[in-house]
Design a protein around this ligand. Structure first.
Ligand SMILES: *[C@@H]1O[C@H](CO)[C@@H](O)[C@H](O)[C@H]1NC(C)=O
Ligand SMILES: *[C@@H]1O[C@H](CO)[C@@H](O)[C@H](O)[C@H]1NC(C)=O
Ligand SMILES: *[C@@H]1O[C@H](CO)[C@@H](O)[C@H](O)[C@H]1NC(C)=O
Length: 404
């Protein structure tokens, strides 16, 4: 852990050369970020290459299946939010992004695309811009916004030791801002129509374990058994989905948590012998997913005209790990980028720490899967192509109602 911290500090020193984030820090403090301010700061200091919105690869000229795609979450789906924050959790340097469409770092915690990139293309939409990375003009938000922030959790303080992040409730607040701007520019009916036909994708919760529960912050392990901690997290997510519902959100995809007990970080920390997953951690994740799936099922019945699905990424990921050869992976335990046992001891901070070809690896870094895994998981969310992950239906059936 101590050496991890050293790497973190080195990383912070490197990130301190980005003037935008520092200016933002001094002028705005922790919470009041607005895209316009970011825009202003970007235009008054030299923009870093990582802050531009990447072009979307060409896709068939068919009309989009939904008007817009909104993303809420953590590093599993952050596409650039943290580039504007003072935090250790930033993916704005190579080798991050080296296999992305632009071969440039963007803030995505991956060598290439994250699941919401693949899903945006499935919906017939361009890659969704990050809330802090776009101009703040309504035209730039009409096809969706990504509010996700690496290190963020369901609980406000989860991940705070990494620096700034935008927590779940703050992201909902930002969504509220977007919604109000839609109302101002297209009227209440127009905004309600757009939002109710769009999809909101939520992928958050793992940091409440990585950075809160498993670190026993505030003596939490003595006060809460995993089961009641799970219930607590689920109750917060339930409340936030109800908040979204009051803003006319009707289609929601809630992602479960990944098998983080198989991530190189924990294989290294818990001294896995032959790459076997750390079951005490995976058990907690399994339980969380169980609680969330039940909560979502109940909530779906309660909220009229809603269409809320839960996708158990644990199941889909374990299928990939178990049947890795069938999927074309021959490295299951070691990260592509990092240092130490399983390359999970020290975080990925330089291109020299990375393997030459990530496509046969399951894990890109200490905590995050490779582009190849993200593509498979996105296909599962879309139509269960490789294994069924979503309940009570897949995303495709949610947005393209079955023909009678
Ligand atoms: C959690 O922390 C408290 C005090 O900080 C300590 O008494 C307790 O033993 C810790 N629990 C575990 C399981 O480590
Ligand atoms: C995985 O496969 C690649 C290419 O097929 C090969 O170069 C590499 O040595 C293999 N790695 C392991 C750990 O088997
Ligand atoms: C990585 O390996 C895969 C197959 O093992 C191959 O198709 C791909 O071209 C390689 N990528 C690079 C950048 O070498």
């Amino acid at each position: 852990m101590a050496l991890n911290l050293v790497a973190c500090l080195i990383s912070l020193v490197i990130s301190s050369v980005f003037p935008q984030a520092r200016a933002l820090h001094h002028t705005q403090g922790f919470f009041g970020f607005t895209p316009n301010l970011v825009d202003f700061i970007s235009s008054t200091s030299s923009p870093s290459s990582s802050t531009s919105i990447p072009p979307t690869p060409s896709f068939p000229e068919t009309p989009p299946l939904v008007p817009a795609f909104f993303v809420i979450g953590d590093s599993s789906v952050d596409c650039g939010t943290n580039n504007f924050l003072v935090t250790l959790a930033r993916a704005d340097r190579l080798p991050y992004g080296r296999d992305f469409d632009t071969h440039r770092p963007t803030g995505r915690f991956c060598n290439g695309r994250i699941p919401v990139d693949y899903l945006a293309l499935r919906l017939g939409l361009p890659f969704v811009p990050s809330y802090l990375g776009q101009s703040g003009r309504v035209e730039d938000m009409l096809q969706g916004v990504n509010y996700a922030s690496a290190g963020a959790g369901i609980i406000f303080s989860s991940g705070s030791e990494l620096g700034q992040h935008v927590s779940l409730s703050q992201q909902i607040q930002q969504f509220t801002d977007t919604y109000q701007q839609f109302i101002l520019s297209m009227g209440e009916h127009g905004a309600a129509d757009l939002i109710s036909n769009s999809v909101v994708y939520i992928s958050i919760g793992i940091n409440d374990y990585i950075h809160f529960y498993l670190r026993n912050v505030s003596n939490v392990q003595n006060l809460f058994l995993p089961w009641s901690f799970n219930q607590f997290l689920a109750s917060i997510v339930r409340l936030e989905i109800k908040n979204l519902y009051t803003m006319n959100v009707r289609k929601v995809v809630v992602m479960g948590l990944a098998p983080i007990g198989c991530a190189p970080h924990y294989l290294s920390e818990y001294r896995s012998e032959n790459g076997e997953c750390i079951e005490v951690i995976n058990d907690i994740v399994r339980e969380f997913n169980f609680v969330m799936r039940y909560m979502i099922e109940q909530l779906g019945k309660e909220l009229r005209d809603s269409n809320i699905i839960f996708c158990d990424v644990f199941e889909g990921s374990m299928d990939i790990i178990k049947n890795h050869r069938r999927y074309g992976f021959n490295v299951t335990a070691d990260a592509c980028c990092g240092l130490g046992k399983y390359r999970g001891w020290l975080m990925c901070i330089s291109p020299e720490m990375a393997c030459s070809n990530a496509s046969n690896h399951i894990w890109w870094d200490q905590f995050h899967p490779t582009d190849a895994v993200n593509a498979i998981l996105a296909e599962n969310v879309w139509n269960g192509l490789h294994s069924n992950m979503c309940y009570p239906m897949n995303m495709e059936d949610m947005v393209v109602p079955k023909q009678k």
